[in-house]
Design a protein around this ligand. Structure first.
Ligand code: BTN
Length: 268
């Protein structure tokens, strides 16, 4: 059973209702849940409309990319999943989610976060390897016999500093940790949904170029940064050369440009 949405979130959602379209029109709130992505997928299976959101204040089984856990203790972050059904938008959902979270954080807090490929939301710093992760995005698609059924777009935003597990302690940060002042979770959620709604409207009209352009603007490290990646001939050093229209990272190694679609990079 979902719970009444806390006052601060309700106020922020109400104030932005006219700019969010269907996104967040129906909201299910939990003070603690396993994974908001799982809850949103169950709602989608049961017929939930596009834009239905699941919000939790803590997760006991939060999931990150590459099968990792997503650290989601109480009092630390905002954990949100959105039911998406638009098939035209589907190929660009991860990129749109990254842009929306970055724009939402910027609009609500003025912290100039950036995107680091594939879709980490990070602090701005002199070199990509020094950037700390503030938020992450995980899109999970479900298909049936007639193709894509729905995509759940989940994002986790670190709001407050807490003792992070050793494995991420030197790479993670939070909005309040960076800003040194309290942050209104409702404003961050509402601003992210406003941005996501606007990008989804463009994607559903077939205007993917605007999302790609915005993503490229927000991800300066995707161009001209030194990286190492595991290619067919072992670990190779290269320079990032932008993203392709399908979101693949381009890496220049000597004369050749390689496409990287998944996996981890070492940023130098
Ligand atoms: C990443 O590895 O960077 C992606 C992290 C995604 C975490 C969010 S929190 C809300 C939603 N529910 C989950 O279980 N995962 C996503």
């Amino acid at each position: 059973m979902s719970e009444p949405i806390p006052h601060d979130l309700a106020v922020a959602l109400e104030a932005t209702a006219a700019r969010r379209g269907d996104f967040g029109r129906t909201a299910h709130y939990y003070s603690e849940i396993g994974s908001t992505n799982d809850a949103a997928a169950r709602l989608a299976e049961a017929g939930a409309r596009e834009g239905t959101i699941v919000v939790a204040a803590a997760q006991t089984a939060g999931r990150g990319r590459l099968g990792r856990d997503w650290f989601s203790p109480p009092e630390a972050g905002l954990y949100v999943s959105i039911v998406c059904r638009d098939r035209r938008a589907a190929p660009y959902l991860t990129l749109a989610g990254g842009v929306a979270v970055a724009e939402g954080i910027r609009a609500a807090t003025a912290l100039p976060v950036e995107i680091k490929w594939p879709n980490d939301i990070v602090t701005r710093a002199p070199g990509p390897s020094r950037r700390r992760k503030i938020a992450g995005i995980l899109a999970e698609a479900t298909s049936g016999s007639d193709g894509l059924q729905h995509v759940v777009l989940g994002f986790g935003i670190n709001l407050r500093p807490v003792p992070y597990p050793a494995a991420i302690a030197d790479r993670a940060s939070s909005l309040e940790g960076e800003l040194g002042r309290p942050v209104d979770a409702g404003s961050v959620l509402a601003a992210t949904l406003v941005s996501f709604s606007q990008h989804m409207a463009r994607l559903s009209r077939g205007e993917s170029e605007s999302v790609l352009t915005k993503w490229r603007e927000l991800a300066p490290s995707a161009m001209g940064s030194k990286v190492e990646y595991e290619g067919p001939s072992g670990r190779q050093a290269g320079i990032t050369a932008g993203i392709a229209d399908d979101g693949a990272l381009l890496i220049r190694i000597g004369e050749h440009v390689h496409r990287v679609i998944a996996g981890e990079l070492v940023w130098r």
